[in-house]
Design a protein around this ligand. Structure first.
Ligand SMILES: Nc1ncnc2c1ncn2[C@@H]1O[C@H](COP(=O)(O)OP(=O)(O)O)[C@@H](O)[C@H]1O
Ligand SMILES: [Mg+2]
Length: 454
């Protein structure tokens, strides 16, 4: 009922009723026919109601509708529209309201699009991002953060950063950014399970136009790969120094002995000079291998691809290797398909043959056999070197392509190995987009398969 009273139309019906009643009261002293008065008043009321209904249809209803529509717009529903008759005043009002709704709709669509773009950007960056307001509450946090540290958005959103961030480095970074009002950058380690990750954290204070601190952004970047590369580089430099120091120490020692009067006997002199020669030769091999590796790793490295016949590649090297094999009483069996022609960098592929056969010769004891087989397969040239040598422990196989890794250090050195042969092969195979497979059994032998695309 009270709702009914709210309706303007009902209000006017009541008001009109009292107006008619009032006009009746004014007329009572002048009229003695009450029936006639009643009829006149009823007719008056009906006429007034008809007029009211007209005004209501033309003005009140449309205004009411306009108010309802405005309410909808206020709630955020910008899709609502009003029928409009531009000839009337209300019609003009409706046109304006429609225009307003449509503008708001456009703005909202644009805003939503921006928001979506921003969200996509924030959630797809490689770094964790957190936005903290000046009171210390987390206003925004991206998915990457959950991936790094676990948890759900709800655990962090609108919470005080020092209550919910578990990592000390994160909390300190925010504090430092707030206190110093300067960008800060630090690194820390974090374990996910047993895996150690290296993270770099940046705390960036945010200021408004009046230069007042308004909060801080925290960016956390995974630098584990970078650290790994750095440590690999350090290891490499240490390894190279170590590899060079051994022959240099030996050469220096023998040269000193010779200078200190060791030249008395011609036999010792020759023996020492031979050692110095061998050591310098070993150094030369090492430096050549290092140069080859560094060339292969150079970003600007380009393969010189030519159509080559495998026979052309092997014909220069087989005689020398045959000679080395025979010196160790090894039998080298060669089985090569005719006309294996493919596109490759001839000198690099030659290196693959040399390094594979070198290893087979070096790691096979006397009276063993070495088999070289080259055949054309569907999409590849298959190069296979099999020996009846010492073999490689299964667990060590994944490591033999690392630089300077040797299963047996002393043996490798004695055979003149640099520890870089397989690392070089791996690089050459990779740049040719080929693959390597190894089968090996300790004391039985090793079989190396290299596949190069035709
Ligand atoms: N045919 C093989 N038989 C047994 N062990 C091998 C063979 N080829 C390579 N290896 C092992 O892999 C290591 C790495 O080989 P490589 O990179 O050629 O260096 P190296 O200069 O020592 O020969 C060798 O030291 C050796 O322990
Ligand atoms: Mg080798």
């Amino acid at each position: 009922m009270s709702d009914l009273f709210q309706k303007p139309l009902f209000k006017y019906v009541i008001i009109l009723f009292f107006i008619v009643l009032g006009s009746g009261a004014v007329l009572v002293p002048f009229i003695d026919n009450y029936l006639a008065l009643g009829i006149v008043l009823t007719i008056e009321y009906i006429i007034l109601l008809v007029i009211l209904s007209y005004f209501s249809r033309v003005f009140l209803k449309p205004v009411e509708k306009a108010i309802d529509t405005m309410e909808e717009i206020q709630k955020g529903n910008y899709e609502v529209r009003l029928h409009n008759n531009p000839d009337t005043m209300v019609g003009t009002l409706n046109t304006k309201i429609n225009g307003l709704a449509s503008n708001l709709n456009q703005l909202a669509t644009k805003k939503n699009l921006r928001l979506e773009q921003l969200n996509t950007l924030i959630n797809n960056t490689e770094s964790s991002l957190i936005l903290i307001d000046e009171r210390g509450y987390i206003q925004l946090i991206n998915q990457k953060f959950m991936m790094m540290f676990g948890g759900k958005v709800e655990d962090f959103q609108d919470q005080l950063y020092y209550d919910v961030l578990e990592n000390d480095a994160c909390i300190k970074a925010v504090q430092k950014a707030f206190v110093s009002e300067k960008n800060i950058k630090e690194s820390f380690t974090h374990y996910i399970g047993i895996i150690k990750y290296y993270y770099e954290i940046s705390g960036i204070p945010i200021f408004n136009q009046q230069n007042n601190l308004k909060g801080a952004v925290l960016v956390i970047r995974d630098i584990t790969e970078l650290k790994k590369l750095e440590s690999m580089r350090k290891d490499f430099v240490a390894n190279v120094s170590h590899e060079l120091r051994t022959p240099i120490t030996s050469m220096k020692g023998f040269a000193e002995t010779l200078l200190d009067g060791g030249m008395s006997s011609e036999e010792t002199t020759r023996e020492f000079l031979r050692i110095i020669y061998n050591e310098s030769h070993r150094m030369q091999l090492l430096i050549e291998d290092l140069l080859t590796l560094s060339k292969l790793e150079n970003e600007n490295f380009r393969l010189v691809l030519n159509t080559v016949n495998v026979k052309d590649i092997t014909k220069d090297i087989i005689p020398t290797l045959m000679y080395h094999a025979e010196a160790k009483k090894l039998k080298l069996h060669v089985d090569m398909e005719d006309n294996v022609v493919f596109k490759a960098d001839k000198e690099r592929v030659k290196q693959i043959f040399i390094n594979l056969l070198d290893n087979a010769i070096n790691y096979t004891p006397e009276n063993g056999h070495i088999y070289l087989k080259v055949e054309k397969q569907k999409e590849y040239v298959h190069i296979n070197v099999t020996d009846t040598g010492i073999g490689i422990d299964k667990e060590k196989i994944p490591r033999i392509f690392e630089r300077f890794y040797r299963v047996d250090k002393a043996r490798s050195r004695n055979t003149g190995g640099t520890g870089l042969g397989l690392a070089i092969i791996k690089h050459i195979v990779e740049v040719h987009e080929g693959k390597i497979e190894i089968e090996s059994e300790v004391n039985k032998g090793t079989s190396m398969h290299v596949y190069l695309p035709l």
